[in-house]
Design a protein around this ligand. Structure first.
Ligand code: SAH
Length: 234
């Protein structure tokens, strides 16, 4: 079976892996948005005592924060170096209930279907060749009655200007080449993949950013960054 991954994308994240936990470095936006997404997840899927899978966990910013909130978390990614960084950081911070594994969503879904109360897959779909396959696998990995969360970037002119020109070239929030416009995903496409995977879409939220104050917040405006919350029927 061929792996649903782009080696160049994985190499890009491996190259920067040692910078993952630098709050002022290349992954600053992920640190900045983490409290916001964590709070949103917690409100829809209480973390304490739950079994959570974080797909495309990278260096573990979200995975570790969910474990700190009392979840039993497994983080998976296909880039070896970010995973190593995630493991070392977890050891260093002494967080319990946190494991990492090099695996794809597809392979884990074949091995452990219907095993997780909550599945999160944030800022990852726009880096894979076949995002619908990842959505199907996330749905398969959730238990009936579980929750599945995604976040990604819209594909329209505004998202091009904000997420690529603005974030990578003007504000230097992200390294140049982080995102490729053609891989961005319209909310309607993501919602369709979710429904086709048997999930009910519960919420669609936009994420706004003010470059002057550096503040992020959730809103109804999904024109650039957005998040989707789904439920897997019982
Ligand atoms: N989800 C994390 C990291 C986002 S960066 C967060 O939001 O904080 C995107 C991550 O997706 C990187 O760690 C990259 O290695 C991973 N990734 C890219 N393609 C992947 C694939 N096919 N399978 C698993 N992980 C992948």
């Amino acid at each position: 079976m061929s792996v649903n991954a782009d080696p160049q994308e994985l190499a890009k994240f491996s190259e920067l892996a040692h910078r993952w936990w630098d709050e002022h470095g290349e992954f600053r936006p992920l640190h900045a948005i983490n409290p916001l997404r964590l709070q949103w997840i917690e409100a829809l899927a209480p973390l304490r005592g739950s079994r959570v899978l974080d797909v495309g966990c990278g260096g573990g910013i979200l995975a570790e924060s969910m474990a700190r909130h009392g979840a039993q978390v497994l983080g998976i990614d296909l880039a070896a170096k970010p995973l190593k960084v995630a493991q070392l950081h977890a050891l260093d911070s002494g967080v319990e209930g946190l494991d990492y594994r090099e695996a794809s969503a597809e392979s884990l879904a074949a091995e452990q279907p219907a095993s997780f109360d909550t599945v999160t897959c944030m800022e990852m779909l726009e880096h894979v060749p076949d995002p619908a396959s990842v959505v199907r696998s996330c749905a398969a990995l959730a238990k009936p009655g579980g929750r599945v969360f995604f976040s990604t970037i819209h594909r329209n002119a505004k998202a091009f200007v904000y997420a690529i020109v603005g974030a990578e070239h003007v504000l230097n929030l992200l390294p140049k080449g982080t995102h490729e416009y053609a891989k961005f995903i319209r909310p309607s496409e993501l919602a369709r993949w979710c429904r086709d995977a048997g999930l009910d879409v519960l919420e669609l939220k936009g994420m706004q950013y003010n470059p002057i104050t550096g503040r992020y917040w959730l809103s109804g405006d999904t024109s650039v960054n957005y998040l989707v919350a789904c439920a897997k029927p019982q």
